[in-house]
Design a binder for this molecule. Sequence first.
Ligand code: NAP
Length: 348
Amino acid sequence: MVNVGILGATGMVGQRFIERLGDHPQFELTALTASKRSAGKKYEDAATWYLDSKIPEVAEDVVVVDTDPNEVKDVDIVFSALPADIAAVVEPQFAEAGMIVASNASAMRMEPDVPLVIPEINPEHLELVEIQQKNRGWEGFIVTNPNCSTIALAMTLKPLYDHYNIERVYVSTMQAVSGAGYSGVPSMAIVDNLVPFIGEEEEKMELETLHLLGDFDGESVTPASFGVSTSCHRVAVLDGHTEAVFIEMEDEFEVDDIKNSFAEFRGLPQKLGLYSAPKNPVIVREEDNRPQPRMDRNAERGMAVSVGRIRKDEVFDRSFKYVLVGHNTIRGAAGASILNAELINEIM
Ligand code: NAP
């Protein structure tokens, strides 16, 4: 078993990590960290547990420690669910101390020597690790996963990108409140309401999507070159991001072929049979009223993205549109980092 820890274990994403690592066949959860406010308390006293499941026994009585590499002993991999400003300082310290950091935070995602990875899409970007360790003199390293809305979008663009020339992508998101963390969106702001702005989200989606689909030449990543434009909105849904996607292709296409590209999409995690890998990464729904967050966010234990309403655009040439739903704290966060770590554990 590989000893693992969670940085920021008391938060929204931290709790998802705990839920999914409680009975993991390769990873043994041995350390939990949070802020000084929580350090020294038993986990069940430190965290406001918000998930339907019980706190796994392995975590209940663990004493939370400060987020400091000197406090985390005999751990090989740490999963980071820290706020970005804290992650920017602390994640390099953990990598320097020799640990593998699998991070959800945005702090290091666009560093040229830090892999930003979705295992089904760009596992080869992990080769950047060697360059990172050489550049920074670290024994450990940092690997990141994208922002939650980017992951769901990129999972559906990859099968298209493999078969077609995409010209432009427009996306309008309807994002769950859990995406902002436990104390992120006050109930007075969101109940009976919609907030048409999520700070830095549009920029992240646009940059990260093109980076994920970019070419890696063994040294650096050249982003994909089609246009991506997004508009991001917070809605009164607890978990599960919905996105309305509009795509203009360079050439003509058949809608049935698009559906087949989604349905047949498989990547390296499926080939390797990784524990957290969904059998069908992209699930095609044919009903007019699907996908919906409440019904589809937990597909394949929250690791698959569901797409539906796939239809030709009757107004614009060479265009089609669809709606997707992905679980933001599972496929979009904790599950994504764990899948990255499973891949690293398998191939590196
Ligand atoms: P959250 O609920 O606010 O949790 C933040 C965690 O960080 C808590 O454990 C908190 O501990 C800890 N923390 C705060 N300040 C700290 C400090 N100064 N030193 C050490 N630990 C500190 O946030 P979240 O939603 O889980 O998000 C965590 C990260 O994942 C963020 O970078 C976020 O952008 C990213 N992310 C989130 C989602 C999502 O859907 N929620 C998806 C993708 C990525 P205390 O309890 O002690 O304060």
